[in-house]
Design a binder for this molecule. Structure first.
Ligand code: SF4
Ligand code: FES
Length: 251
């Protein structure tokens, strides 16, 4: 049996009524086999038992696929381990007696709703601005009718792995959403079905990004380093190329 650990948690608490502050909690007898979110569940159970307000945090699948979870743990979005979402992070990566500082994503475009929950609807607005194919293609065609080079299919699939969690924005000193938008633009632009609208899509999504208050990219590469799905900054270069093409077409 693995030995349980005790932790000190410094957690950001915020509601409509207060501007936000850190509160300290003890997380006692935490199994190393628990996920980070299960550890928060245990803390919340204790808070509820003592009549205190539980800590609000986002989650859904708890399997690393939906993109709902995410907090900054000791300064790192999704915690200290690479290529993993907060829900898939296990307590075995922490040591007994450690202090964990847990904060929401910090970005102008992601206002805090409550505690660790932020409003990421700005991402939805970016998708609505162009992250789709508008051609009415009818029912699914025979897959072999449109031949796609394997390398293009692989790059498109890699870009499509983005789960929209927002860690890239939280990691970026400019609060830029370029990695997210680059992934969405790439996965469509690389495939024949998405190519015709690629340039127009880039212009609309970039305009929306600016409107939503995201910053620009200055090649810090923090986004790539913290992305749980290994989305490469190559996708930002592709976004920029589509944007340049769009401007050349409209000139
Ligand atoms: S690019 Fe990575 S960090 Fe950014 S939203 Fe997509 S999965 Fe999350
Ligand atoms: S809860 Fe779905 S990715 Fe973490």
């Amino acid at each position: 049996m693995t030995k349980a650990i005790n932790l000190m948690l410094k957690i950001w608490r915020q509601s409509e009524k207060n501007k936000g502050h850190f509160e300290i909690y003890a997380a006692k007898e935490i199994s190393r086999d628990m996920s980070f979110l299960e550890m928060l569940d245990v803390v919340n159970e204790e808070l509820t038992k003592t009549g205190k307000e539980p800590i609000a945090f986002d989650h859904d699948c708890r399997e690393g696929i939906c993109g709902m979870c995410g907090s900054v743990v000791n300064g790192r979005p999704h915690g200290p381990e690479k290529e993993i979402t907060l829900c898939q992070l296990h307590m075995r990566h922490f040591s007994d007696g450690q202090t964990l500082v847990i904060e929401p994503w910090r970005s102008r475009a992601f206002p805090v709703i409550k505690d660790l929950v932020v409003d990421r609807s700005a991402f939805d607005e970016i998708i609505q601005a162009g992250g789709y194919i508008s051609a009415n293609t009818g029912s699914a065609p025979e897959a072999n009718n449109i031949l796609i080079p394997q390398s293009a299919a692989e790059k498109a699939m890699n870009a499509a792995a983005c789960i929209g969690c927002g860690a890239c924005v939280a990691a970026c000193p400019n609060g830029s959403a370029m990695l997210f938008a680059g992934a969405k633009i790439s996965h469509l632009a690389l495939l024949p079905q998405g190519k015709p609208e690629a340039a127009r899509r880039a212009i609309h999504m970039i305009r929306e990004m600016d409107k939503q208050g995201f910053g620009n990219c200055s090649n810090e590469t923090e986004c790539e380093a913290e992305c749980p799905k290994e989305i490469s900054i190559v996708n930002i270069a592709r976004l920029n190329r589509e944007f340049v093409k769009a401007n050349l077409v409209s000139e």
